[in-house]
Design a protein. Structure first.
Length: 112
């Protein structure tokens, strides 16, 4: 009868490598999904602000009437809606992100 020893050295090394790889992949997956969630929430907030600006702009057009001349800017949470209309014809309707220069670093080259 063969009473040889069971050699588990290579098998234990292989299982250890597999466990380490699976742990790294699960951590990467968790980090990616949490970053995707943060980005989705930021995008949802941006879309919500844009829709609120659109609603305010349409309300302004309805209240002004068809023959009104409108040249206005509506600000909300860092975004700006620019409306220009002349006698019922809308010539400009744009939503832009308001940009503010970062002056916290005094010695930064301004590009001149």
């Amino acid at each position: 009868m063969n009473t040889g020893r069971l050699r588990l050295g290579m098998l234990s090394i292989l299982l250890t490598i597999i466990v380490i790889c699976m742990s790294v992949l699960s951590l990467l997956s968790f980090a990616t999904s949490s970053a995707d969630l943060r980005l989705a929430k930021r995008y949802a907030r941006t879309v919500e602000i844009r829709y609120q600006l659109e609603e305010e702009g349409r309300r302004l057009l309805m209240e002004s009437g068809e023959d009104a001349i409108i040249d206005t800017e509506i600000y909300k949470d860092g975004y700006k809606l620019v409306i220009k209309a002349d006698g019922g014809n809308i010539t400009t309707w744009s939503i832009e992100k308001v940009w503010e220069e970062d002056t916290s670093i005094d010695d930064l080259w301004e590009g001149n």
